[in-house]
Write a protein that binds this ligand. Structure first.
Ligand SMILES: Cc1cc2nc3c(=O)[nH]c(=O)nc-3n(C[C@H](O)[C@H](O)[C@H](O)COP(=O)(O)OP(=O)(O)OC[C@H]3O[C@@H](n4cnc5c(N)ncnc54)[C@H](O)[C@@H]3O)c2cc1C
Length: 433
């Protein structure tokens, strides 16, 4: 049977690759069967979760075998006594939040794509909207089951709250982009839902005016659950894409902030403190408006994707560098003769700059983008930032990652790959050569 184009496509570049087969295991035993067959046939394997990745990490560039875990998708157990949710790796983020909606608990990471799988989130160490207060995927995985390249099963981590017992193998597999093993099941941390939550939208004349406020908020002692920024231009893509209107609030650049906690009076005082940062303020107390704003914020990437090819960047910089970095990147994009939308998780220093191709010819786009990215990643490295905060390196950022990572660090990563996958069968050529 022909392989559906979706699984062969690099969703960022639009390229279509070639794979020799695709499997859809429904049990862990079937996953092991696929991995053992790949080893016997001396082939190479790419694991696919929700196929929402933005770094080309599932792209089959050399007739690899594909294995989609979308049917390994059962929620196995919620244990309120240890605050643990056990799931199979193909379970989506939407499934987890629907399941927990009926309970007093929540799973704190809130990455933008709800179609992503939890295995994919683990394999990329996904971030998301609530990382500024609650941390990233890594901070919410207690234990995982991983199948190695030769079919052996490995249990990593545990549901104990502390563990100083030898090397932390779990953390090696988190963020490994399918290159070290295939995650089949996970024990996730859940926590009681906060009693109160309020969202506020702050408008500023420009990103230049907004940027210093991020540091001011983080320095003030307030701990927002989300601290997102975006420009009106970015929002315009989402408005067109979803056919929804952004609320009527003056400004060209916005902060969307959630505060949560168990004391209503503390939240009210914190809201007042935030409201004093600008004259353009809207507390999102109307639930429909609140949901619309979040829907629009979540749709920026996919709405740009609908109208143009884009290069989605997810650089991260130390939090005191957010303001100068946004300004520097804007000037680099202008100088390169390109356009971009800027948004992101300001509270984590995670800046999304999506460079947009629009009507440029393929050649013009390729040349201008290559020059821009060389300069941009060199700048990020110089100020102590990293090329990826949450999407991973995959194929798209590989050249820049290899150029700026320390020599000894890269050697150590290659040595780890050699230990777990000596025959280079799992997602070969991703992250590094
Ligand atoms: C609209 C949109 C918004 C997004 N917003 C965010 C955001 O806010 N934060 C964020 O971090 N990311 C975001 N992303 C990127 C993407 O959703 C994440 O990278 C996500 O973690 C990928 O999960 P997935 O299941 O789709 O994985 P895939 O895209 O299928 O795979 C990604 C990588 O994980 C590996 N992999 C997948 N499953 C497994 C497994 N079980 N075992 C081992 N390796 C595996 C693959 O081999 C590949 O290397 C967004 C994407 C889109 C399209």
């Amino acid at each position: 049977m022909p392989i559906a184009e979706k699984y062969l496509t690099n969703r960022v570049t639009g390229e279509i690759g070639q794979a020799s087969a695709i499997y859809f295991p429904t049990t862990e035993a079937e996953v092991i069967g696929v991995i053992q067959k790949v080893a016997r046939d001396q082939q190479q394997l790419i694991t696919i979760g929700g196929h929402t990745g933005l770094s080309g990490a599932t792209f089959p560039d050399d007739h690899q075998v594909l294995m989609s875990l979308e049917k390994l998708n059962r929620i196995l157990k919620l244990d309120p006594e240890t605050l643990t949710l056990t799931v199979e790796a193909g379970v989506t983020i939407a499934q987890i939040s629907d399941f927990l909606a009926e309970t007093p608990y929540f799973y704190a990471p809130d990455p933008g794509s709800k179609a992503a799988s939890i295995g994919g989130n683990a394999a990329t160490n996904a971030g998301g909207m609530r990382a500024v207060k609650y941390g990233v995927t890594r901070d919410h995985i207690q234990a995982m089951r991983v199948i190695l390249a030769d079919g052996r099963k490995l249990e990593v981590g545990s549901i104990n709250r502390k563990d100083s017992s030898g090397y932390d193998l779990k953390d090696l597999f988190i963020g490994s982009e399918g290159t070290l093993g295939v995650i089949t099941a996970l024990d996730l941390k859940v926590q009681p839902k906060p009693k109160f939550s309020r969202d506020i939208l702050l408008g500023f004349e420009s990103l230049t005016a907004l940027a210093p406020k991020v540091f001011e908020i983080l320095d003030s002692g307030l701990v927002p659950a989300t601290l997102e920024f975006f420009e009106r231009d970015s929002m315009a893509y989402a408005e067109r894409g979803l056919q929804l209107a952004f609320p009527d609030l003056a400004g060209q650049a916005f902060l969307l902030i959630t505060l949560d906690g168990n004391s209503e009076s503390e939240l009210t005082a914190a809201l007042a403190e935030l409201a004093s940062l600008t004259e353009h303020v809207m507390v999102l107390s109307d639930e429909t408006v609140r949901q619309t704003v979040w829907q629009l914020r979540g749709a920026i990437v996919s709405s740009v994707e609908m109208v143009s090819r884009q290069e989605p960047l997810d650089v991260v910089v130390p939090i005191n560098q957010v303001a100068p970095t946004i300004l520097a990147l804007k000037s680099m994009v202008d100088k390169a003769g390109l356009s971009a939308v800027f948004f992101g998780h300001a509270g984590d220093g995670n800046i999304h700059a999506n460079i947009i191709k629009n009507q440029l010819s393929d050649q013009d786009w390729t040349e201008k983008l290559a020059r821009l990215l060389d300069d941009l990643y060199a700048y990020i490295a110089k100020i102590g930032g990293k090329p990826s905060a949450e999407h991973g390196i995959g194929l798209l950022k590989k050249a820049h990652f290899q150029k700026h990572v320390g020599v000894a660090e890269l050697q150590a990563m290659k040595a780890i790959k050699q230990v777990f996958d000596p025959e280079n069968r799992l997602n070969p050529g991703k992250i590094f050569d």
